[in-house]
Design a protein around this ligand. Sequence first.
Ligand SMILES: [Zn+2]
Length: 157
Amino acid sequence: MGTGGEADRERYSAMLKVAVEEARAGLAEGGIPIGAALFDRQGKLLGRGHNRRVQEGDPSAHGETDAFRRAGRLRSYRDKIMVTTLAPCWYCSGLIRQFRIGTVVVGESVNFRGGIDWLRENGIAVIDLRSEECIQMLASYPGATPSWTFPGLQCYF
Ligand SMILES: [Zn+2]
């Protein structure tokens, strides 16, 4: 499986739609619009979720962790694909690294670059779809800041 072809991009874009649906569901609940989904290599959806920090008052309930937990316990993660509307934070990058998820597809990394470089350095394939929809969805969220500084952590996460 390559990561640069047009067919792959279409496949990943279809997967991203699920994460976007989750982000919009979170927004409808009054939460931060960040969504994620975990797929296997064949494109089967294993788990989906969204950021629930506002809804549940839980700063550890990120889109990636929500999708990951809902997928249940899997035998292997190397062949799995984590799809998320926004580049993963350090915490979620740690989760991806810990379980050796092989591929990460991000909707965008403009609002937040997160751990993309670190994941790549650790041999994880990261595909950035540069989705304008994802950029706008988060940028228009009330209280969102365009750049990440430590206090700003609370704005997105
Ligand atoms: Zn996170």
